[in-house]
Design a protein around this ligand. Structure first.
Ligand code: SF4
Length: 112
């Protein structure tokens, strides 16, 4: 650990390079959900909002608002919305702008 600390100080490196190949264990990581817009109903979305402990979900009229930055990937919405909600498999969520983490999913049309 000390080696990396002093190496970083000496060379001005604050992080390591991004891995060239995806590590196989990443498939076991919990990831935020993906929503199938065409399978969502307003009643289901309201249930998803109720089960979300992180307040990452909200509804505005016919849109589900998903705050990826607030999501803890607890999977409760995946269990509640089986068939309409699934694991995204995406864990690279870094963004320099907060608004990029807010996803709008139309309820009952298309896919997101
Ligand atoms: S995975 Fe958990 S925290 Fe994320 S949106 Fe679903 S219920 Fe909310």
């Amino acid at each position: 650990m000390a080696f990396w600390f002093f190496r970083g100080l000496g060379k001005g490196i604050v992080t390591t390079r991004y891995p060239k190949a995806i590590d196989p264990w990443t498939s076991a990581l919990p990831t935020p959900p993906a929503f199938h817009s065409d399978r969502l109903t307003i009643a289901l979305v309201d249930r998803l909002i109720e089960v979300c402990p992180s307040r990452a979900l909200a509804r505005e009229h016919n849109e589900l608002i998903f705050d990826v930055g607030a999501c803890s990937a607890c999977e409760r919405c995946v269990q509640e919305g089986a068939g309409a909600v699934e694991h995204s498999g995406v864990f690279e969520l870094a963004s320099t702008r907060r608004e990029h983490l807010l996803k709008r999913v139309h309820i009952g049309r298309g896919s997101a």
